[in-house]
Design a protein around this ligand. Structure first.
Ligand code: EPU
Length: 347
């Protein structure tokens, strides 16, 4: 394994900003991932893993280490009566996988349609949308443990999933390189219909008992209307989706924030633990930002206030300065600190 040197990372990220990787390797099989680990370890070089680059902000100075793009492919299925167990290589593109499962009539991933990126990234931030998250169907995964150099199998419990979080994101970031992920899906199962917007969209079309395919189509239509489906022709194309997570606060805190807004209605989503999830996009707009607002070469998406968009000529510093301004203004207005959602390298 001989890595390439000084490889610009911007083309590998949907945001399209950032500097170069000092070393870079495309790993299309597990042996190359292990070789990359050995190579980096023997030279004392830091190792970072790249998937589809759709949730990543690379700093302008780039990454002084080895970036491994995990492209391990392959899909295997095993019948388990009413369920089917699907094991997928980390480098498989996510949405084509979802399309296949929907076509086969396997329920569990249909609401996660239209999400960019690769399978291996889905456990990292427990990808979720429109009423589902991968933690509901993920049963196990295999990963290279960079501490020992061994391939290990982690169970669902090991992964410590939470809203947009896991062992891999906040627990021990960088320790595990995901190689494949196993999901358990329901053969002939009913689609999940928990998100009001999806139910309304289907209801408006007279679809009473939707199929998996109808839910998938509806989710993709809604995502597209918010520029949350990657489309190079879209003026909002260069983003990394939601730039902040939705804050989860106590009921008392939510009441306090609502009182500050002075609005009779504020989006509030009750959580199983009794707390309340607030809508970061709504807070951003009520802190004085508007969709489509620009600050030089960066701005907010014209269709969703939670997406920061990089336009021609934008640098990572521009993106970060704008994001900090949003964070500052929301905190100054509401006393709520927004947590950035993407992964940051060299920042
Ligand atoms: N809203 C606004 N302004 C906007 C957009 C939304 O005020 O420009 C308010 C509305 O009240 C709306 C509420 O925010 O009802 C929620 O908006 P939306 O349904 O678009 O969802 P979100 O909370 O902004 C989350 C995820 C998305 C995921 C959607 C759908 C996070 C950080 N984001 O967004 O995930 O697709 O729900 O489930 O949890 C991502 O992680 O990159 C991502 C796109």
């Amino acid at each position: 394994m001989i890595p390439d040197e000084h490889v610009l990372l911007a083309p590998y990220c949907t945001l399209g900003v950032g500097g170069s990787a000092r070393f870079f390797v495309d790993a299309e099989d597990e042996a190359t991932v292990t070789d990359a680990w050995t190579w980096a370890r023997s030279r004392g070089v830091a190792l970072s893993v790249l998937g589809g680059g759709s949730n990543l902000v690379v700093g302008d100075a780039g990454v002084d280490g080895l970036v491994v793009r995990v492209g391990v492919r392959g899909i295997e299925t095993a019948d388990k009566g009413h369920e089917v167990v699907v094991s997928v290589g980390a480098g498989e593109p996510w949405d084509p996988l979802v399309a296949v499962t929907v076509e086969c009539g396997w329920a569990g991933l249909e609401c996660l349609s239209g999400i960019p990126g690769l399978v291996g990234a889905t456990p990292i931030q427990n990808v979720g949308a429109y009423g589902q998250e991968v933690a509901e169907t993920l049963v196990t995964l295999r990963a290279l443990d960079t501490r020992s150099g061994r391939v290990v199998r982690l169970t669902h419990t090991d992964c410590r999933f939470a809203y947009r979080d896991s062992l891999f994101k906040s627990g021990e970031p960088g320790r595990f390189i995901v190689l494949d992920v196993t999901y358990r899906l329901r053969r002939g199962g009913e689609p999940t219909l928990r998100y009001a917007e999806v139910a309304q969209h289907l209801g408006a079309r007279g679809v009473g008992r939707p199929s998996l395919a109808e839910v998938r189509a509806s989710v993709i239509t809604i995502r597209r209307s918010k520029s949350m489906v990657i489309d190079p022709g879209d003026e909002n194309a260069r983003s990394c989706g939601s730039f902040f997570t939705n804050p989860i606060v106590s009921v008392a805190e939510a009441d306090r924030v609502q009182a500050v807004t002075g609005e009779p209605v504020m989006p509030r989503y009750p959580q199983a633990d009794g707390r309340v999830k607030l809508a970061a996009a709504w807070l951003i707009e009520h802190a004085g930002f508007s969709k489509g607002q620009r600050d030089g070469a960066v701005g907010l998406s014209t269709r969703h206030a939670l997406a920061v968009v990089a336009h021609a000529g934008a640098t990572a510093s521009d993106v970060l300065a704008f994001a900090r301004r949003i964070q500052h203004d929301v905190e100054a207005r509401f006393g709520v600190r927004l947590t950035p959602e993407p992964v940051f390298w060299g920042v």
